[in-house]
Design a protein around this ligand. Structure first.
Ligand code: PEP
Ligand code: MG
Length: 572
């Protein structure tokens, strides 16, 4: 029967596909005992499932190609290793043979046992292996029920789950998943950002998804409105096809703006830089005429793998981004691991009480000086190939920037001595995403060449509202007077000191927010390239001086409704 489920659109695009439901506690199987005479059959069943999981992984690895092959491949290799782990396999055999448990229940017991061991470990890296173990056990469990989880099995499917980790999205796409629906999550999480980058439609916060959708249901997902249709009617299918046609027409229309300037009606040129984390993003940014890369998120090079990328690998990656932009400036942000961007290398701590307030961003880099130096050396070497800027995430205090500057100076001298080419000028910038940095921007502006406001985190820290917690509803929103005031302060400081200010949080890519940012005097936007033409179209329709004349009124708004009212007038 047709059902309509509401959710939040987190990554645009429509998809039609079969549901693949992943229950959060797939292994919550009840105790299952078997008779002595059934032991051998149960062991055979288990071994066949393990073998099938191994073959599946092997086949998937062999089929991988293209840009994601290496990262996804490493992820699969790690799982293949776990599938051969004697601790895991002997334990399972023992539970069936000696404990007389059914294979499903043995899997659950073994998973819980190992989870307890992992939980007690001090070593952060080993602790982080628990996710991998869960994944592997989930694969074996699926095969016990003859459900393949491989590429063919998932091709054309829509994953329905409670959450999706940034680290698994690329793999799901490689397996042919066409869209993802989660019952929790927010549109500003890193998973959402990555889904947009992968052009994978994503709906989050569809609270009823796990109870109302069954495996195999036909679904239509609208990653823009957040609507999910279960068992679509003929009219839904027609509307879906129409949406695809409309989207294609819109793309053609926007395509005409590719070579047009981003100029307001009153003739002010606005620079649109791109947020990027993959080669595809860089290629798109170049093709659409981005002014440069305003935010290259390097942490994505560190996710989905167990070993840290070395200097050479990082250098080649950054150099290729620089070359890919043919002389336009590339802003490389140093590692921003931590909080929801937990890696598998063990660098980011697991189990912090308050990870968003913990060892993340520049704090983590400064705590691992060798890792930081490796990254900075790679970035500095890339500067020999074109204009590079270094951006430091999560700056909270002046001292952090002092330390980064010192490191850059020392490493530049070291590299030159070793015969490497390093650019004469490498502008240094600070992310403004912690309230203390925004409030005291005047106290460290002398140490930087530019500023980049990360509104995603700034909103989170300003309102003490977790960006990933949908239970907070509308509290987490950029339409808050406190955010606008801080933006105004930072932009004024930038103007007063002649330092460029960019906004690189998700609001910069939201055409509906452009009047606010233009009114506050923003001239540099950094956004995912998939939104670039739409933003260009919106900016070309605005008169900046008229908006700036209304900035006073905007800053007087006392609540969200007041800001929305201002916006509605600006859009008239
Ligand atoms: C931000 O916080 O606004 C930002 C751009 O950084 P990230 O989303 O990567 O945390
Ligand atoms: Mg941030």
């Amino acid at each position: 029967m047709r059902k309509l489920l509401p959710g939040h659109g987190a990554s645009r695009g429509s998809a039609l596909g079969r549901a693949r439901v992943r229950q959060p506690h797939a292994l919550e199987v009840a105790e299952q005992r078997i008779r002595a005479s059934e032991v051998e059959d149960e062991l055979t069943r288990l071994h066949a499932a393990v073998a099938a999981a191994r073959t599946e992984m092997h086949d998937l690895r062999a089929r991988l190609h293209g840009a994601l092959a290496r990262e996804v491949g490493e992820f699969l290799d790690l799982h293949a290793l776990l599938l051969d782990d004697p601790e895991l396999l002997h334990g399972l055999d023992d539970l069936i043979r000696k404990g007389r448990y059914g294979a499903d229940y043995a899997l659950r017991l073994q998973r819980d046992r190992l989870a307890a061991v992992f939980q007690d470990m001090d070593d952060a890296y080993l602790k982080s292996r628990m996710d991998d173990l869960d994944h592997v056990i989930g694969r074996i469990h699926a095969h016990l029920h003859s459900r393949s989880t491989d590429a063919e099995g998932l091709a054309g499917e829509i994953l329905v789950s409670d959450t999706v980790a940034p680290s698994e999205l690329a793999q799901l796409q490689a397996q042919g998943v066409v869209a993802v629906i989660t019952s929790t999550g927010s549109t500003l999480s890193h998973s959402a950002i990555l889904a947009r980058s992968l052009h994978m439609p994503l709906v989050v916060g569809a609270a009823q998804a796990l109870t109302k959708i069954n495996d195999g249901d036909a679904l239509i997902v609208d990653g823009e409105t957040g609507e999910v249709v279960v068992d679509p009617s003929a009219a839904d299918l027609r509307a879906y096809r129409q949406r695809l046609k409309d989207a294609a027409r819109e793309q053609r229309e926007l395509g005409r703006l590719r070579s047009k300037p981003t100029r307001t009606r009153d003739g002010i040129d606005i620079a649109l830089h791109a947020n990027a984390e993959s080669r595809e993003d860089v290629a798109q940014a170049h093709a659409l005429g981005a002014a440069g890369i305003g935010l290259y998120r390097t942490e994505f090079l560190f996710l989905q793998r167990k070993e840290l990328p070395d200097e050479e690998e990082q250098f080649r990656t950054y150099r290729d981004v620089v070359l890919g932009m043919s002389g336009r400036p590339v802003t490389i942000r140093t590692l921003d691991l931590g909080a929801d961007k937990a890696d598998r290398t063990g660098l980011a701590l697991r189990g912090e009480e308050n990870p968003a307030l913990g060892l993340r961003g520049v704090r983590l880099s400064l705590a691992h000086g060798d890792v930081f130096d490796t990254q900075l050396r790679a970035i500095l070497r890339a500067s020999g190939y074109g204009p590079v800027r270094v951006l430091v995430p999560m700056v909270a205090v002046r001292e952090e920037l002092v330390q980064v500057r010192k490191r850059l100076k020392r490493l530049t001298a070291q590299l030159r001595k070793q015969g490497h080419e390093v650019a004469a000028e490498i502008p240094l910038g600070a992310m403004i995403e912690v309230p203390s940095a925004a409030i005291c921007v005047e106290h460290f502006i002398d140490l930087v060449d530019f500023l980049s406001v990360g509104t995603n985190d700034l909103v989170q820290y300003l309102l003490a509202a977790d960006r990933n917690n949908e239970a907070l509803g509308e509290l987490y929103s950029p339409l808050r007077p406190a955010l606008l005031r801080l933006l105004e302060m930072v932009l004024s400081a930038g103007r007063a000191h002649g330092k460029q200010v960019t906004v690189c949080g998700e609001i910069a890519g939201d055409a509906a927010m452009a009047p606010i940012l233009l009114a506050l005097g923003l001239e540099h936007f950094s956004l995912h390239p998939s939104h670039l033409l739409e933003l260009r179209r919106a900016i070309r329709g605005h008169d900046r001086s008229a908006l700036m004349d209304q900035a006073g009124k905007l800053l007087k708004a006392r609540d969200r409704t007041g800001i929305e009212r201002w916006l509605a007038k600006a859009a008239d």
